[in-house]
Design a protein around this ligand. Structure first.
Ligand SMILES: [Mg+2]
Length: 187
C-alpha cells in the first residue's frame, strides 16, 4: 500500500476514533509534569462526571488547589462543556476559568475555538473528559490530546443513556488496557 494512501486512511480512522491517548482515574491525578510530558500547553476540562457530579453545581474536593498547581506551572486551563447555560458559565465563573458551553462534542469546533482562545495550537490542547464518544472523539477529531478520566460516581440523570454509553466504552477501554495503563507513558 502506498505510504500516502495508508497515512490518509489512518488519519480518517484516527479522527473518528473514541480511543484515548492517555487515561487517568481522576483529574486530580494529572500533574503539571504529566501535561508537559504530553506536550500540552493548555487544558480543556469537561464538567459533568469529570469535575462535577452529574448535573450538580459543586466541583469535586481538591479541584481549586489542583488548578492552582497546574496554572502555577504556566499551563492554561478552560472549560469546554456540552452543558447548556447558565449552569456551566456559573461553574466556570466560580473557578475563574474561561468557558465554552453547548459544545456539541463529539464535534470538534469548540475545541479548535478554545485552543485559539488560549493562544495555543490545537495539538497542544489536552481535552480532559469522561466520555469516549464525546470528549475523546472531539479531541481526536481535531488533533487535540485526548485524555480520559474515569467518570465520577453517581450518573443519575440519564441512567439508560449512561448504561448504553458505558457498555460501548468498555470494549474500547479493554483494547486500551492491552497497550497502556493509567498515566502518561513514553512513546
Ligand atoms: Mg462528561
Amino acid at each position: 500500500m502506498a505510504d500516502t494512501y495508508k497515512k490518509s486512511i489512518l488519519d480518517i480512522i484516527l479522527k473518528s476514533s473514541p480511543m484515548p491517548k492517555y487515561r487517568f482515574k481522576s483529574v486530580l491525578d494529572i500533574t503539571a509534569e504529566d501535561f508537559k510530558k504530553m506536550g500540552a500547553e493548555a487544558v480543556a476540562l469537561d464538567i459533568d462526571n469529570t469535575i462535577c457530579n452529574d448535573g450538580k453545581d459543586n466541583c469535586i474536593d481538591g479541584l481549586e488547589d489542583w488548578l492552582k498547581e497546574i496554572q502555577g506551572a504556566g499551563i492554561k486551563v478552560m472549560i469546554i462543556s456540552n452543558a447548556i447555560p447558565p449552569r456551566p458559565v456559573k461553574i466556570a465563573q466560580k473557578l475563574s476559568l474561561p468557558c465554552l458551553c453547548y459544545a456539541k462534542k463529539p464535534l470538534s469546533y469548540k475545541l479548535r475555538k478554545g485552543a485559539k482562545m488560549m493562544g495555543v495550537e490545537t495539538n497542544r490542547l489536552a481535552m480532559v473528559g469522561d466520555q469516549l464518544f464525546a470528549d475523546v472523539k472531539a479531541a481526536n477529531g481535531c488533533g487535540a490530546i485526548a485524555v480520559r478520566v474515569d467518570p465520577l460516581k453517581g450518573e443519575t440523570r440519564y441512567p439508560r443513556y449512561y448504561a448504553m454509553r458505558r457498555k460501548k466504552e468498555a470494549a474500547v477501554l479493554e483494547e486500551f488496557e492491552k497497550r497502556h495503563g493509567y498515566g502518561v507513558y513514553d512513546e
